[in-house]
Design a protein around this ligand. Structure first.
Ligand code: NAP
Ligand code: MG
Length: 484
């Protein structure tokens, strides 16, 4: 029995894996105009399970002709959907939300198999938030006149091209589709290449709920499919979540067109711990901030700023807490750290680990923690002694890797935290409300959490400053992006 699998008292750990007995077809087509169809491109690719490298199924790759077909279907559907009574639109969204709840277990298992995240997270965080987004937006359908001050005649934008990443596949689909439909738009959505399965399952749910054909179309494929989609002249709005690099390319491609664009991009968010904070809670906040979903979180608290006077004690406690995180089978209900989403992503993370060491920072992880033989794995890690100018302090790693730095005064904390091209989120830990308020108003971040981290709600707008993107998703602000 590996040491990491034993508790301190020496008791062996009993695995508690979730079953994988859900229906998965051998091959999937594209969901266009209310039906699953074979891709005209005749190309296919495999989706694999990153925790064991086994092929789960084969997926169709949409080429240019398939993108045309999907956009045409969405255009045709828009003519009736945009005029459908808001109360009827609300009924569809409500029905979809209920069906997601009914099929929650299956969705969570599939999300974990396809993407590598712990079942505890897909079951308790992702899927409930997905249902919540449909419920929340069902409520707005007939109240849009009151959603945006000054816009008494809110009208849908038209056909929305939506491209999403692999870190929260189903959640990102819900964040995009629910507000678009609530406002009377139609959608063509492209999930990420490595995590298309739950979006396809969502298509099945739309079909079960008898959503009219063409209102939502799901086309699978890689970056090239996404490029064809966002550049398609028949598209009225582009909603993209992904890397800043691709976001810039999309912004350039859409410049000079009539397309409305929202971009949710990368981040390198600060998590700031004052000496007066409740330290045990702050440690949990750091854990949630960087090790939730293996750090594949755009708003991850990946830069930790600790007040100098408590640095050594804080790091000691963090090391202790980190050594308790259980890494392994994502389908096991006790797993804290699942698999890295893909081999490519693991290579990127490993390159940053080497880079941090070369830059002179001190790498901390629990080397006793055994890694499974198959699959893509990275131990939860933090670097101490990080220079603010180091690459590991400035660039988004998008993995379970934290950079720890210090500050002496609130002024210095703000200056260091804001010294980043990104501005997605920030965390502040202090027992002084006035200090939290002052810090929150001066941090250049779209979301600021006080004495908590990574809290999401459909009613709360989410989005960034600077290179973290344009526009907001969720809440009333998120509706604005889908209305003329
Ligand atoms: P990515 O490479 O930018 O990919 C995002 C999506 O865009 C994928 O579906 C991708 O397809 C597609 N794509 C790639 N090239 C494209 C192009 N030229 N035109 C149109 N679409 C294209 O990002 P990623 O590595 O998957 O995701 C990680 C990034 O997303 C991180 O930077 C993270 O911070 C960011 N993110 C931001 C938020 C937010 O709300 N701000 C939320 C989650 C993630 P394939 O993957 O199939 O190639
Ligand atoms: Mg996969």
């Amino acid at each position: 029995m590996p040491e990491a699998l034993q508790s301190e008292s020496g008791w062996a750990y009993a695995p508690a894996p979730e079953t994988t007995s859900i229906t998965i077809e051998d091959r999937y087509g594209l969901f266009i105009d209310g039906r699953f169809v074979a891709p005209r491109s005749r190309r296919r690719f495999d989706s694999i399970n990153p925790s064991n490298e086994e092929t789960i199924t084969s997926i169709g790759e949409a080429g240019e002709a398939d993108v045309d077909r999907a956009v045409e279907a969405a255009r045709k559907a828009f003519r009736t959907w945009s005029r459908t009574s808001p109360l009827v639109r609300a009924k569809y969204l409500y029905r979809i939300a209920r069906r997601i709840q009914e099929r929650a277990r299956e969705l969570a298992i599939l999300e974990t198999m396809d993407g590598g995240k712990p079942i505890r997270e897909s079951r308790d965080v992702d899927v409930p938030l997905v249902a919540q987004h449909f419920f929340y937006h069902a409520g707005w359908c007939d109240k849009l006149k009151w959603a945006i001050p000054g816009n008494l005649d809110p009208r849908p934008v038209g056909v929305c091209a939506q491209v999403i990443p692999w870190n929260f596949p189903l959640m990102m689909a819900a964040w995009k589709i629910a507000p678009a439909l609530a406002c009377g738009n139609t959608v063509v959505l492209k999930p990420a290449e490595t995590t298309s399965l739950t979006a396809l399952r969502l298509a099945e749910i739309f079909d079960e709920c008898e959503l009219p054909p063409g209102v939502v179309n799901i086309i699978t494929g890689a970056g090239e499919t996404g490029r064809h989609l966002v550049e398609h002249p028949g598209v009225d709005k582009v909603a993209f979540t992904g890397s800043t690099q691709v976001g810039k390319r999309i912004a350039t491609a859409c410049a000079g067109t009539r397309k409305k664009v929202t971009l949710e991009l990368g981040g390198k968010s600060p998590n700031i711990i004052f000496a007066d904070a409740a330290i045990d809670q702050a440690i949990e906040g750091v854990v949630a901030g960087i090790w939730f979903n293996q750090g594949h979180v755009c708003c991850a608290g990946s830069r930790l700023f600790v007040e100098e006077s408590i640095h050594d004690e804080f790091v000691r406690r963090l090391q202790h807490r980190m050594s308790k995180l259980r890494l392994g089978d994502p389908l096991d209900k006790n797993t804290d750290i699942g698999a890295i989403n893909s081999r490519d992503q693991l290579e990127k993370i490993n390159a940053y680990l080497d880079c941090g060491v070369e830059e002179g920072a001190c790498l901390n992880h629990d080397s006793r923690q055994e890694l499974p033989e198959k699959g893509f794995w990275c131990r939860p890690t933090f670097f101490t002694g990080v220079q603010p100018a180091a690459r590991i302090a400035r660039e988004e790693i998008f993995g379970p890797v934290l950079s720890v730095m210090t500050f002496r005064t609130p002024e210095e904390a703000i200056e260091r935290a804001n010294d980043s091209p990104y501005g997605l989120s920030a965390g502040i830990w202090t027992d002084k409300g006035s200090k939290a308020f002052e810090m929150a108003s001066r941090l250049k971040a779209g979301i600021v959490w006080c004495n908590t981290f990574n809290k999401f709600d459909a009613a709360s707008p989410f989005g960034g400053y600077k290179e973290s993107g344009w526009g907001r998703e969720g809440g009333r602000h998120g509706l604005a992006a889908y209305l003329k």
